[in-house]
Write a protein that binds this ligand. Structure first.
Ligand code: NAP
Ligand code: MG
Length: 402
């Protein structure tokens, strides 16, 4: 059998710990035997980030701007314990944060659904994708404890020195106060990423805020979305047969519970943080959640939503057996390969991505899975495999489909 051709390389960002082990197994068993894999390799493993003073992370992000599509393995975000463990020169920043800052994107997270693992919400037949704005609001807020009586104001000093003030509160007792902000260009690129992704995946998109209460702040988000939609996307949405609609956040929450799924839910930063954890646990497992960063210019970076699964890695290092779920990492690869196939007009590459996803889901639905899924499935007579054997089982299913 001849291997499937590629034209343009994928930007491959290798990572850390157990997911780095998965990465190699996936390439060896599920990709290299079938695809003439072209990648430009960047080692984002913590040791190499440290050796290069984190330059490799920046280089990999710039390469994504050059080639358009990247696939990323989970990476360690160092904390004090990691600085010691890896003898780091510095507490390097989160690679995801660095990449996001360069690509200026929005993160979309979607669950991978399989029969036998039913969402807690019975009527959710299709995945619900969360699009989370990744800049500002409470994550970049300034806060104050107010010790006692006094006045808190917001003051804007313009470049020419003129001032505008609004009263936050005239305190008569102790209290708390907070000032937060967002930027119109950031909201605009959030809106464009959302509409681009909706068109790309042919899904209707909802956006919700609390604009009835927040008449300037949240209302700006609502207005920016509407204006960009009307001016740049409406006709394309009509042609694709999908919709954009805005509703109040309370209404959105109520509707999500009654929905069948199959849409994108765009959320402000805090709402997206909270709602994505609710959705991933309601759909089943973090190990079954994919994540893609989409830049407003149409660059894509695919990854799993989970981390490096450190606990499993330490077991692996001790020579103990692990049963780590590779599904989200496999889907990061299939997402990237399919996108590359679409951009380069390689239908065979797209078809391969579809088959690999089908083989992965089919293997689980036939009752063969990793431990995390075996614990939550309603399927009977399940076979629980270790990390490597599960990937080999997927390969067997895949060979049957090729
Ligand atoms: P984690 O790697 O997501 O794992 C947390 C727990 O979730 C695991 O201990 C495991 O539970 C379960 N789990 C997650 N993925 C799994 C999988 N594929 N298969 C089976 N079980 C899975 O989060 P963490 O332990 O908090 O973080 C570890 C490192 O990852 C940190 O250094 C953090 O900085 C990094 N991180 C990176 C990213 C990223 O690169 N995008 C995202 C998040 C975290 P059990 O142990 O109970 O089996
Ligand atoms: Mg969270």
């Amino acid at each position: 059998m001849s291997k499937i051709e590629m034209k343009t390389p994928l930007v491959e960002m290798d990572g850390d710990e157990m997911t780095r082990i998965l990465w190699q197994y996936i390439k060896d068993e599920l990709l290299l035997p079938f695809v003439d894999l072209k990648t430009e390799y960047y080692d984002l493993g913590l040791e190499h980030r440290n050796e290069t003073d984190d330059k490799v992370t920046f280089d990999s992000a710039y390469a994504t701007k050059k080639y358009g599509v990247a696939v990323k393995c989970a990476t360690i975000t160092p904390n004090a314990a990691r600085v010691e463990e890896y003898n780091l020169k510095e507490m390097w920043k989160s690679p995801n944060g660095t990449i996001r800052a360069i690509l200026d994107g929005t993160v979309f997270r979607a669950p991978i659904q399989v029969k036998g693992i039913t969402p807690c919400v019975r009527n959710w037949e299709k995945p619900i994708t969360i699009a989370r704005h990744a800049y500002g609001d409470v994550y970049k807020a300034s806060e104050m404890k107010i010790p006692g009586p006094g006045k808190v104001e917001l003051v804007y000093t313009a470049a020419d020195g003129t001032e505008e003030r609004v009263l936050v509160h005239e305190f008569e007792t102790a209290g708390v106060a907070q000032g937060m902000h967002n930027l119109v260009p950031s909201i605009e690129s959030f809106a464009r990423s959302c509409f681009t992704y909706a068109l790309d995946t042919k899904q209707t998109i909802w956006f919700a805020t609390k604009d009835t209460i927040s008449k300037k702040y949240d209302h700006t988000f609502k207005d920016v979305f509407q204006e960009i939609f009307d001016n740049e996307y409406k006709e394309k949405f009509d042609a694709a047969g999908i919709e954009y609609f805005y509703t109040l956040i309370d209404d959105a929450v109520a509707r999500v519970m009654k929905s069948k799924g199959g849409f994108i839910w765009a959320c402000k930063n805090y709402d997206g943080d909270v709602m994505s954890d609710m959705l991933s646990s309601a759909f089943g497992s973090l190990a079954m959640m994919t994540s893609v960063l989409v830049s407003p210019e149409g660059f894509y970076e695919y990854e799993a939503a989970h981390g490096t699964v450190q606990r499993h890695y330490y077991k692996h290092l001790k020579g103990e057996e692990t049963s780590t779920n590779p599904v989200a990492t496999i889907f990061a690869w299939t997402g990237a390969l399919r996108k590359r196939g679409e951009m380069d007009e390689l239908p065979e590459l797209c078809a391969f991505a579809d088959k690999l996803e089908k083989a992965t889901i089919g293997t689980i639905e036939s009752g063969t899975m990793t431990k995390d899924l075996a614990l939550i499935t309603e399927l009977q007579d399940v076979t629980t495999l270790n990390t490597e054997d599960f990937i080999k089982a997927i390969r067997k299913t895949l060979e049957g489909l090729m």
